[in-house]
Ligand binder design. Sequence first.
Ligand code: 21W
Length: 245
Amino acid sequence: MKIDILSLFPEMFAGPLHQSIVGKALEKELLQVDITNYRDFTESRQHHVDDYPYGGGAGMLLQAQPIFAALDQVQQNSGDLGRVILLDPAGRQFNQAVATELAKEQHLTFICGHYEGYDERIRTQVTDEISLGDYVLTGGELGAMVIIDATVRLLPGVLGNTASAGDDSFSTGLLEYPQYTRPAVYRGLKVPDVLLSGNHQKIAQWRAYESLKRTYQRRPDLLAGLKLTAQQQAWLRIIKQQSGI
Ligand code: 21W
């Protein structure tokens, strides 16, 4: 996968992209990332990339010119832009389904804003407008990093065999079951007996039950979108009884 990032703050990407799983993907050349600074494309004498909004109002807007020119260069260097993703608080909210969709692409181009927003005309150049969620960030860079992180770990060969992306919660639709590692007792806190039993069928059953219970207690909204098996429906009745409903 090729990823192009357009940003006024290229330095922000150095840490997250070179560590851990994304860093490994870069090393293995499963991923190539290029960062372009709009500032290098301004035609303004003072190297400005932002200006006041027509009609008045607080804050500054990223101008169309430096972004269009930066996109032209990426287009020339790479032959295409692939999916062009504008990070924007008014975009559709990012989730695992969007990550799965993006992981199928060969080329992604991220446009990160800073300041109070973009000249509206930039939207004519994008295929997607994505938000991280309902809170205010200082810019799109952290959003792009989150999306890149979630997407790159889905690429074939990026995760080792120990971790499989298909087992993730949000892929199964349920939250994950509780997990424990050694020792079996720590400060009086015990690992559930079933996990030490060696009975793999019982363990799988316990995990499925705990996963359902945790989802019911913490994210009932996730359950609403699932078609539960007869076993899960029976368990849910027990879980509800035990929680006093
Ligand atoms: C913050 C941009 C506030 C715009 C019209 C009139 C990218 C982001 C961002 C930012 C405003 C994402 C206005 C979740 C985010 C981002 C910077 C509002 C005021 N508009 N996902 N007045 N949250 N944020 N502009 O903030 O660029 S993805």
